[in-house]
Design a protein around this ligand. Structure first.
Ligand SMILES: [Zn+2]
Length: 332
């Protein structure tokens, strides 16, 4: 009989560790075998028993803390997500499952925290795993990303607790040089899948009606262009008819205008949507037509008095030069 092994597969933020974990479990199921998905419980609250990845894949799991009550006999493999948060005792327990029960245990996790220190789980996995494998991802500069930066208000944080629950910070994988300097991407476009409404103040700059924004926000795709970690431009695109996309919103932070961010974001999206459909439409004010025409849009119609309805505050409309909606179109 083959000897089971303890695996530690580590990677920086965004290296698809959870997606990999879910795929491994899927592969076991495909072969008619069971793989138990685990994750450490981070606090005393009884949270969701789910592992979820940024790409939207998710799978049910149980907590590592519940291992003692689980009959492992039906399982051919144990998979652990977020393994950096394991304690030394929990890693020792996993070693026991491998050595005493001969069940392979595959752990996915980060190597080091935002300050470059090993996590407790990673420390003992590095020390005791039979096989250590790196899951690679890249920094914005193209080099391999090995470090995790904590970003708070667009700035790389240096101080703080190793684990923060429910804060407003985000994490980004950087190469060691850019992590050390705290340098985030000069310009980076990201798709926003959760927390779209956090960008509402920016969206309201281009579309002063929250009621109108509500109509398209949930079923549309949102993209944010961040400059040095700070969101500066936002775009919302929907597909009202198959093959026809509509740019519902494109807005730039009032303090960041005139730097070409909106056209950079729109150019990026035009490239991205080219293979997906025939045309991209936009309804805008006469004042903004030139901006779109520069990027290849052509006027195809006018919707007279479009903005004169109960959803809009007259003073706001006058300020933004909105009355008729100019409809422009770009062949993709
Ligand atoms: Zn870099």
């Amino acid at each position: 009989m083959d000897m089971a092994k303890l695996y530690f597969r580590y990677g920086a933020m965004g290296s698809s560790k959870t997606a990999n974990a879910i795929m491994v479990q899927y592969n076991y199921h495909e072969r008619g075998q069971n793989a138990l998905m685990l994750k450490p419980r981070l606090d005393s609250r009884d949270g969701e028993r789910i592992v979820g990845s940024r790409s939207g894949l998710s799978a049910p799991c149980v907590y590592v803390e519940e291992l003692d009550g689980i009959d492992l006999s039906p399982y051919n493999c144990v998979i652990v997500d977020e393994a950096q948060f394991l304690t030394k005792a929990q890693v020792a327990k996993l070693v026991e499952i491998v050595d005493e029960r001969n069940i392979p245990v595959i752990c996915y996790g980060l190597r080091a925290d935002f300050q470059g220190n090993l996590f407790e789980g990673s420390t003992w996995l590095m020390a005791w795993a039979d096989t250590i494998e790196e899951i690679k991802t890249v920094c914005w500069c193209g080099r391999k990303a090995t470090c995790n930066a904590r970003v708070v208000d667009g700035v790389v944080a240096r101080e703080g607790e190793q684990i923060v629950l429910g804060g407003n910070e985000s994490y980004v994988a950087l190469c060691r040089r850019h992590w050390a300097k705290g340098e985030l991407a000069p310009m980076e476009v990201k798709k926003i899948s959760t927390g779209k409404r956090a960008h509402l103040p920016l969206l309201l700059e281009a579309d002063p009606s929250e009621a109108m924004i509500d109509r398209y926000l949930d079923e549309s795709d949102m993209y944010v262009l961040a400059a040095h970690g700070k969101p500066v431009s936002v775009a919302v695109i929907g597909e009202p008819e198959p093959g026809t996309f509509e740019l519902y919103n494109l807005a730039t932070d009032a303090n960041e205008r005139g730097k070409g961010y909106a056209s950079e974001l729109l150019r990026h999206l035009i490239r991205m949507y080219k293979p997906l459909g025939e045309k991209l439409q936009v309804g805008t004010s006469a004042r903004r037509m030139g901006f779109y025409e520069q990027l290849g849009f052509r006027q195809v119609g006018v919707r007279k008095d479009f903005f004169l309805n109960e959803n809009y505050i007259p003073a706001k409309l006058a300020e933004q030069g909105l009355r008729d909606m100019e409809v422009l179109e770009l062949e993709l």
